[in-house]
Write a protein that binds this ligand. Sequence first.
Ligand SMILES: [Zn+2]
Length: 162
Amino acid sequence: MTEYSASTAYKAFFLGLEFFPCGKTSWKTWAPAKCKIHIWLAMQRRIWTADRMLQHDMQSHSNCPLCEQAPETADHLALGCVLAREVWHATLQRCNLSHLTPLAGDMLIEWWPDSRRRVPQQLRKGFDSLVLLMVWTLWKERNNLVFERSAETARGICKRIT
Ligand SMILES: [Zn+2]
């Protein structure tokens, strides 16, 4: 039987990073560790979004709590949701990178590596850090809405990020 400990979990985490697109990249960003772990789980669709809850019979629908227009998946919440795209556009515009604003069907595992290649080398670490913070902020905002019933507008989220 395998013994699990904090040390084996830590090693498994780093082993996972090796084999994941942008795994090592995420570790080099300026974002806090909780954001690095969150994006790693989100890229593997292992966060508890509505679609996953439905699959596990933990709730009866998969609607996105932010837009109520599409099923909530990890990719939808991080990139494709109307609210997410509004926040991404406003934030990327301030960095002259609005052409990288995600589209409705984008997947984190493709969009992030593709987008970072289009950012000048000297700005990549900043861009990667922004991606982690944005994905984390959207997740926190979603949780505020689901658990605290307090919804913020896209403008409110942008204000906190910038
Ligand atoms: Zn949505």
